[in-house]
Design a protein around this ligand. Structure first.
Ligand SMILES: NC(=O)c1ccc[n+]([C@@H]2O[C@H](COP(=O)([O-])OP(=O)(O)OC[C@H]3O[C@@H](n4cnc5c(N)ncnc54)[C@H](OP(=O)(O)O)[C@@H]3O)[C@@H](O)[C@H]2O)c1
Length: 374
């Protein structure tokens, strides 16, 4: 008997959705049972629905080619076959919020890549190594929703995953000011070079909404769990510029930082080398063994060479130097569709399962919801 939790992917036909589908092939905790998308794809087999738009450089798993794609709005139908869902939909924020809440109220937990619920005070926004303690807010959220099993948890924006982990390792030196420029891959916009030929030989100095998210979201992650809500951190002040560059995958960032208590170079390198969290402690299947890796070569990390470090789940850092305006500067890199999207969400789900928030949802709980017509 298969004791794994049954999982669905909403938006499984898109770029991030395709990552989910490949990461869930033979997953030890989760069994992919449903792929859902828009009414344009619903009713087709997965193979047909994505035939001309498979975007990954690894093949589509044979096991999903004959799945019949469902419509994400068929919640009653989908809920029969899943214990939770990942959300990788690209739709207007308000519509996503409503849809994610409907799943949660139907007792189906949602782990989302979308930004719709990131500011909702009782929705945890998690990088599992950094703020796993925020998951406790789910109990408060369930009270608001009136659910026993259903809730929404989100992962933060892909742009922040390169620089928030190295800064998290240094929080007790109290970073005061952080200046960041991100150099972001085109897959972050759901595109390949085939879809977006104008990006070749080009740099675009604007990504809609990205700078606000890059400056604000770290403050929720570094926030304090205060019983019934998360109190956002008030420091450091972060200033970002987010730039689209012609690379397929991998978001690189340059960071300058000043601290209240300036660490030595050795202290910084030691913190990075030893930084780990709950995923490493629990030896979760998607956890990188070493979350942060400092590279000593003067021209690393490089996007093409280093984005796949630890199966795309680790962060590479390099070029730590004194800064003439701030205290230090460095460069860091993360894989945007793995650590920054589907991989980060799968790791979050693994942690939620180990912490008891994801469990098999009994049929009676789903039935009760259907009968209440919620
Ligand atoms: N790409 C990244 O690196 C990255 C990183 C972090 C977060 N994210 C977030 O992840 C989400 C997905 O991004 P993506 O790049 O994978 O987008 P994408 O390739 O455009 O895929 C969008 C998905 O949403 C579905 N969809 C679109 N409109 C819909 C509607 N009206 N009703 C139901 N389904 C609908 C599509 O279904 P059809 O195929 O049927 O149209 C498709 O499955 C976005 O919220 C994005 O901001 C992306």
């Amino acid at each position: 008997m298969d004791n794994r939790l049954k999982v669905g992917v909403l938006g499984g036909t898109g770029y991030v959705g395709q990552r989910f589908v490949t990461l869930l092939e033979n997953h030890p905790f989760f069994n992919l049972t449903v792929i859902a998308a828009s009414s344009r794809s619903a009713g087709k087999t997965y193979g047909e629905a994505v035939r001309n738009r498979w975007k990954l450089n690894i093949p589509m798993p044979d096991s999903v080619k004959d799945f019949q794609v469902k419509d994400v709005n068929d919640i009653n139908e989908i809920s029969k076959d899943v214990d939770f869902v990942f959300c990788a939909l690209k739709m207007p924020k308000e519509d996503i919020k409503v849809l994610e809440d409907r799943y949660a109220r139907a007792e189906i937990p949602v782990i989302s890549n979308n930004s719709a619920h990131r500011k909702t005070p009782d929705v945890p926004m998690v990088v599992p190594e950094i703020n796993s303690d925020h998951l406790k807010i789910i109990d408060v959220q369930k009270k608001r929703l009136g659910t026993k099993y259903g809730f929404v948890a989100v992962k933060p924006n892909c742009s922040i995953q390169s620089y928030v982990p190295p800064l998290s390792a240094l929080l007790d030196f109290e970073p005061e000011k952080v200046l960041v420029s991100t150099f972001q891959a085109i897959s972050g916009a759901g595109k390949t070079f085939k879809d977006w030929p104008e990006i070749e030989d080009n740099v675009v100095p604007f990504i809609s909404g990205e700078e606000e998210k890059s400056e604000q979201e770290p403050l929720k992650i570094w926030g304090r769990f205060a019983g019934d809500h998360i109190v956002n951190a008030t420091e450091p002040t972060i200033s970002t510029q987010c730039i689209r560059v012609p690379v397929s995958d991998g978001h690189l960032a340059t960071v300058s930082v000043s601290f209240k208590h300036k660490p030595t170079r050795e202290q910084i390198l030691e913190r990075w080398a030893s930084y780990s969290g709950k995923p490493q402690e629990l030896n979760l299947p998607s956890a990188p063994k070493h979350f942060l890796k400092y590279m000593t070569e003067e021209d690393r990390p490089q996007t093409h060479l280093d984005r796949d470090y630890e199966r795309g789940m680790g962060i590479t850092i390099g070029r730590l130097r004194e800064d003439p305006i701030f205290d230090y500067k460095f460069v860091c890199l993360s894989h945007n569709t793995l650590r920054g999207a589907a991989g980060g969400a799968v790791l979050t789900a693994e942690l939620l399962k180990e912490e008891g928030y994801l469990v098999p949802v009994p049929e009676e709980a789903k039935e009760a919801h259907l009968q209440a017509g919620k």
